[in-house]
Design a protein around this ligand. Sequence first.
Ligand code: ADP
Length: 588
Amino acid sequence: MAKLQTPRVKNWTGTLKKIWQYLSRQKRLLIVIFLMVLLSSATGLLGPYLLGFTIDRLDSDASTLTLLLVLLAGTYVIHSVAMWLHNYWMIGVAQRTVYQMRTDLFRHLHMLPISYFTKRQHGELMSRLSNDMENVSQTLNSSFIQVFSSILTFIGMLGLMLWISPLLTAITLTIIPLLYFGMKWITARTGRYFKQQQRHLGELNGYVEETLSGQRIVKTFSQEPKVQLAFKERNEQLKHAAYWAQVYSGFIPKLMNVLNNMSFAVIATAGGLMALKGGITIGVIITFAEYARQFTRPLNDLANQFNTFLSAIAGAERVFEVLEEDEEAKDEQDATQIVSIHGELRFEHVSFGYGEDEHTLRDVSFHARPGQTIALVGPTGAGKTTVTQLLARFYDPDEGSIVIDGRDSRSIQRTSLRQHIGYVLQDTFLFEGSIRDNIRYGKLDATDEQVERAAQEANAHGFIQKLPQGYDTLLTQDGSGISQGQKQLLSIARALLADPSILILDEATSSIDTITEIKIQEALIRLMKGRTSIVIAHRLNTIRRADQIVVLQDGAIVEQGSHQELLAIEGAYADMVASQFTEKPQHA
Ligand code: ADP
């Protein structure tokens, strides 16, 4: 069995304070709820007292007895109504609070830098939005108020009992140490296992999501047995934690029951003896027995709710952790929007590392005039993708600068800059929806005609029309139902529609049938026309056509120039051409 660690709520007061910040937005309703809790607790205490009082006066006249009975009934009715009302209102408060937290969390997730997501599993983040929020919601719905009213009831009851009979109270309280140690033993375990359960559930979800979205890879590499094994391990961890969490929390009501019966026996015996000596009345014994029965109930509630409460605090803490992650660095104070750009692009002595001390890019400089194509070539890991990530300002250079139309890119607001950059990447991002909507993702306000025109230019119109539902054909997230090449045509259509001035192109490495390949090449030439393009190139055709080829090795530029120039110097590029690049069919 894998060794399990114990995650904890790291900062109780901080987390509670933050929850309060959310709750306090409904302060007025909370005050009303608070008053209702007071009322229900007070009437809850009054009931048993009145009961004992009435029993001791059973020999009174009929009208006194009737009055007492009406009072008793009234007390119980008010108790129930007040309880119902505070529960009802609290559900409203809870749901509005959780709604707000969920909104904030989702919004914040979209403000985080790319680097945050590369470090985490999607499933784990999703579990914060779903599981953790659900725990907070559950707790706010009921436990929060219950814990509060239990504490009130407990204190009130203790006071009343002491007032009626200190001796009998002392005898009743002998069960408290038993209760304390029993509960301590149980909660130490349940708390731990509930948190583990939470964490393992997140990991399991993350893993399922990962393997499902990576199904193709799993199948291609025949990784099914390995995936099953890894799943089994996570599944077993979850089972282990969930099993023990349930087992230990199941002890709580049993323990309470035993203690309840014990205290009843103690009160009946001790109270009976005291009554025989004339110290107390039958009514007092009844009141005490009733209190003792209820005495463990608030403690029972406290204990029962404690687990939900714990996992909710832990959940809330995880949510706040995300909320406190730094957003993508704010745009510089003087950063402005850009309305249009020509597309002149200059990397000036750019150095960059993902971590502190590494240098993924070293002193990279190149210059593209508007409309030119730069082909980035070099072995895997050379830093080609990193160049494009810096261009889109997913990261900023550690040294040097990226200059667009004569302006340092840091002086341009990120969203504004990204609006002028288009992407055609290897794995096209498709979402569930029609082909039309998927193309329209490039420009949300485009008309149907504009969408179709873009599809025509992208050579995608033909295949789309042949689909049974044409542009209304629904795609799944992984785009099953259309081919790899067709997906690329769609992403070209999307980019054409968006009409960016700068284009980032990650040429597909996978081979595609000749006809589609020609269509893609044609569409790409149309797309690149008049736009400054940075192409991570794998096809010799594309490279040859580029205005400039930048050869990267280990993050540094080793050669730079046109195809002919670079062949002539017979260096790294010439070697690569000879060994690596594929000659693909020339189009007309
Ligand atoms: P290429 O596109 O030429 O294959 P990349 O730009 O993707 O190369 O990667 C360059 C180097 O940077 C590689 O060593 C890679 O491991 C590292 N790298 C890429 N992305 C990240 C990241 N998000 N965090 C840390 N290191 C990264």
